[in-house]
Design a protein around this ligand. Sequence first.
Ligand code: AMP
Ligand code: MG
Length: 401
Amino acid sequence: MLELEAAVERILSDIAPLGTEEVSLIQAANRYLSEPIVSSQNLPAFDNSAMDGYAVLAADVSTASLEAPVELRCVGETPAGQPPGPPLQSGECWRVFTGSPIPANADAVVMQEDVRIDSAKLGRVQVLDSARPWDNVRFRGEDIKSGHRLAEAGTKIHFGLLASFAAVGLNSLVVGRQPRLALLATGDELVEPGANLNVGQIYESNRTMLKAMSDEVGCQTKVFPIVRDDLDVTRNALATAFAKSDVVISSGGVSVGAHDHVKAAFESLGGRLEFWKIAIRPGKPFVYGRLGKAYFFGLPGNPVSAAVTFLLLVRPALIRFQGGAETGLRRIQGRLAKAIRNPGNRRHFVRAAVDSDGCIDPVGMQGSHVLSGLGQAAGIIDVPPGADWESGRQAEIVLFP
Ligand code: AMP
Ligand code: MG
């Protein structure tokens, strides 16, 4: 049986990125940058106020206090979005708002809560608190300097990066092309959620789960109808799925049971099985194969096995197609909240939550059919064969995306 890392290596070494395309910023979430992003602008582009208040010369109000206010003449105002007022002279102030450019010479903003306005003294502002130079001023370029590299090629685009790209004026990005992905589920017992269930039948849940998981890495995913456990039906379903896809992912039917037809159907279409069976639990039966230019991943039917094999073996491939740099999942350390044993001879990926103290807490029953824990878990602990870990021991959790 293949070791997990060897299997991932093998898959990744087969995959070349699919090329690039330009997309608008608004469509770029969860895509992968094909080029580094360098800002052509300063952010902010001009010195501006961090508060609603009054731009002043700090020296004028260095001694201001409630007992000894300093009176200034307010000589104008600039709402956000307008050009700055004329240079400020000693004894003057200028009304500004959050984001307003401040006039030349002004070197501080007094917030409006720290002034008093006497209606009898038109245009006069009493400053009630001292200011130091550059109080409440945001400097040109203090956030992002023109020429600064905001992100490297291969970076996954998340909301924070998108905000910074938009803020420096970008409206499109060159990103890796997304794999066209087909999702199939096989099994005579499977019924669409919401339909009537006869005794012995179950609701199909893998396609919904895998669709969400593939969206997280930005694929163009198409969900196909449930496939009956019949060799010809499975072959036809696979043929349809492969017709317009870079990647086909099926679930179920990859074991050795009399009703498992996926491997045979794939091979009868001319598909080449690269390997099946990985030394992990859950997820031992896992098929990787190639058909022409397309790739095939046959996941086990048990939902937890499908989830774990997708995350560990398929997700890296989907990222590699798009030129993503980081194909693995994030890992963090913490103390075990419970003891864990692995008496078996395969690595066991144990679903676990992370509690508010940062402790890693295995969740409930660990059978590969058990869905309750999957809903609560933050990730999986990689527990080697023979492990006998006491509670409180330091451990590592591989985080779900
Ligand atoms: P299989 O891999 O086809 O032998 O299926 C293993 C177990 O997973 C069986 O109990 C199936 O009923 C269940 N199963 C297979 N496919 C799905 C699916 N798409 N949704 C939910 N359970 C499934
Ligand atoms: Mg089945």
